[in-house]
Design a protein around this ligand. Sequence first.
Ligand SMILES: Nc1ncnc2c1ncn2[C@@H]1O[C@H](COP(=O)(O)OP(=O)(O)OP(=O)(O)O)[C@@H](O)[C@H]1O
Ligand SMILES: [Mg+2]
Length: 367
Amino acid sequence: MEICNLKLLNFRNYESLEIKFSPTTNIIYGQNGMGKTNIIEAIYMLALTKTFRLGNDNVVIKKGKNIAKIEGLIKDNILNTYKIIINDTGKRIKIDNNKISKVSDYITKINVVLFNPDDLKIIKDTPMTRRKLLNIEISGLKKEYVIYLNNYNKILKQRNAYLKALNKKSLGSSDFLNILTEELVTTGLKIMSIREEFINNINKYISDIYYEITKKGTLSLKYKSEFKGKTKDQLLKLYAKNISREIIMGKTLFGPQHDDVEFIVNNEVVKVYSSMGEQKNSVIAFKLAEIKNITHTLNRKPILILDDLFSELDQEKINNIINLIDIDVQTFITTTEIDFVNKDLLAKSTIFHVINGTVKEEKTYGK
Ligand SMILES: Nc1ncnc2c1ncn2[C@@H]1O[C@H](COP(=O)(O)OP(=O)(O)OP(=O)(O)O)[C@@H](O)[C@H]1O
Ligand SMILES: [Mg+2]
């Protein structure tokens, strides 16, 4: 699939912008703070309805304005116009001017794979960051996942509140708690199995990709979950055995809310001392594996966005990454260092120069 054009109104530092993109490689260059990431953020938000940056949705509204719009023409066999309108009270989403009320119906339609420098924290941050990554990536692949996840979080909240209440005073019968535990286990198992399947699929591709980038070593992901490899009965017994501990602590002690994913390079968990470049290679390998997984699972190619691809990496790794990108995948690359971009890549790309909230297309770089 591809985004053919993008229109922005009062989005970040753009008052009004309209650009046509190439179906192959788009290079967006300019100095720091000019608005490169803002463009790709708009594409990401058009796909997923949320920003990947910190803050609420309304932080994207241009300072001093009260409404922002993102509109894009998306080609995926047929052409559709997607639109997001954001104001201080919320956002509206539309496809071909028809209002969409369920976000889960919308976010599986445009598939975007994004690498952003913030993703480097995936490896060393707390497990919560990696669970968030799993949730975002799987949400774009499987509609029902979002529904299971929302249900699970609701049950978990209710169960925790009930355990806290039991802590204060005994409520006699344990029927209600048993119902909550059963629901928690049933929904938790569904989430666990979708996450496990996702990691298994990524593992089909990631090691070869990592090798192509680094020309040495292996990379795989290890999914860690307290529910993994257990049946419903085994889990119910586990909860039964620990019930008094749960009541004392006033919270649920097991479940996918503790899941984690380990990045394993050369059979070792990627350690705290790995360099930024090494971490970047692992995260980019993960993102490129996702492209293969999406292509295989949904039978369509996602849009690839590589924000600030060139920093932290040596020329050889950059070339290896570029060579791995399928020509059929519409790609966006942002950089401050256009002079470092490989000449062959420049020759086959459409180039955009960003200067303070304005964008100029350059047919040939430097001319
Ligand atoms: N809501 C907003 N309204 C107006 N301007 C904003 C808003 N949010 C961010 N900006 C401005 O957008 C600019 C940053 O744009 P962006 O992050 O796209 O830069 P960049 O070109 O990617 O820079 P870098 O090379 O440092 O990554 C900053 O000048 C910032 O002040
Ligand atoms: Mg940027």
